[in-house]
Design a binder for this molecule. Structure first.
Ligand code: TXA
Ligand code: MG
Length: 314
């Protein structure tokens, strides 16, 4: 992956910066941008070469399918077949941090690299004025995985993006810290009933939507589920205190060297999780212990990420 380094520009989240970013994207470049969840590494989803550059920049070993970001339901309708419960969900809930996986339209203009050649596509409308303005101005749907090197902690600030991808992407729009801090919930609408494919920032409350709770993000490629969202340190979960030489990431009553939320708020913990893991990397920590997090609502998504961070690595 020894691509020649390029200059990564830092753009302001204003009209001029967004216009500049849109021009880079239309020309097939890569721009990282803030969403309400985490920073995305965007490319024109209709341009196969641009999408291929995402994999090169992230060092992704395999072509996992990517989420396509749209600015409205009309744009989504030109890509996927959104009917029944999927339609109800997007009409009620977008833009909230929920991604739908639906059948790909035969005439959809997205690159096969985005869908990894599958007849389905993941669609999401981010709840961020910056992201929406960027997609609108580009005039194309944007494929965008989280803006971090493959397998590492997702970026929730422009600084995190630069720390991981400087010299590998054309630009980053600096919109400050992302408010939610955890990726979107993914729901599949390919079978007889909706399926939860990835726990995430959105709790589904629609009465008509039946969710098979606990179905984890299904690996479409072997090994995809293993080590992910990982800091450089080894990770031990459900720790109520640090062993000698360990750095403790606390929550609630378990006070740590850093604490996700001293008052035990899951929302605050979600917003802090990735930023604190980046901080722990920056401090050169080699052994990390993490306090127990209640496995309810947003805590389920936090625990999902922590389990992956703790998974054995190759
Ligand atoms: O919050 C988010 O969702 C962030 C921000 C940037 O929007 N994006 C994000 O994208 O997390 P990414 O590429 O890291 O997540 C892609 C995941 C894949 O691992 C896969 O589980 C699912 O989306 N996915 C994408 N296309 C799919 C498909 N056709 N079928 C099943 N799952 C799919
Ligand atoms: Mg990711």
């Amino acid at each position: 992956m020894a691509e020649k380094p390029i200059k990564t520009r830092r753009l302001a989240a204003d009209e001029e910066g967004i216009a500049e970013a849109a021009a880079i994207l239309r020309a097939g470049g890569l721009v990282a941008f803030p969403t309400e969840t985490v920073y995305g590494l965007g490319a024109d989803a209709t341009n196969g070469e641009a999408v291929a550059r995402i994999y090169a920049a992230k060092g992704r070993p395999s072509f996992n399918p990517l989420i396509v970001h749209v600015c409205d339901i009309d744009m989504a309708d030109r890509i996927g077949v959104i009917v029944g419960e999927a339609r109800d969900l997007v009409q009620e809930c977008w833009p909230e941090p929920v991604t739908i996986v639906v059948p790909l339209r035969e005439d959809a203009m997205v690159s096969e690299l985005v869908t990894a050649g599958q007849p389905s596509v993941a669609l999401r409308m981010p709840k961020s004025d910056i992201a929406l303005a960027l997609i609108r101005e580009t005039g194309r749907p944007l494929a965008a995985p989280s803006a971090n090197p493959s397998g590492r902690v997702s970026a929730t600030t422009a600084e995190h993006v630069v720390a991981g991808l400087d010299g590998k992407i054309d630009a980053v729009i600096d919109g400050g810290p992302t408010p939610v801090g955890l990726e979107s919930t993914i729901i599949g609408f390919l079978d007889d009933k909706p399926r939860l494919l990835r726990e995430g920032a959105f709790s589904v409350t629609l009465p008509d939507i039946r969710i098979d709770a606990g179905v984890a993000e299904k690996p479409v490629a072997p090994g995809q589920l293993a080590s992910h969202y990982a800091p450089l340190a080894s990770v031990r979960l459900n720790a109520t205190k640090a062993e000698p030489g360990e750095f403790l990431l606390g929550f609630g009553d378990v006070k740590g060297d850093l604490t996700l939320s001293a008052v035990g708020s899951l929302t605050e913990a979600a917003a802090n999780l990735y930023a604190m893991l980046h901080e722990i990397d920056a401090r050169g920590v080699t052994r990390l212990a993490v306090a127990p997090i209640p496995d309810v609502s947003l805590g389920r998504a936090i625990n999902d990420r922590l389990r992956r961070a703790a998974a054995p690595r190759d």
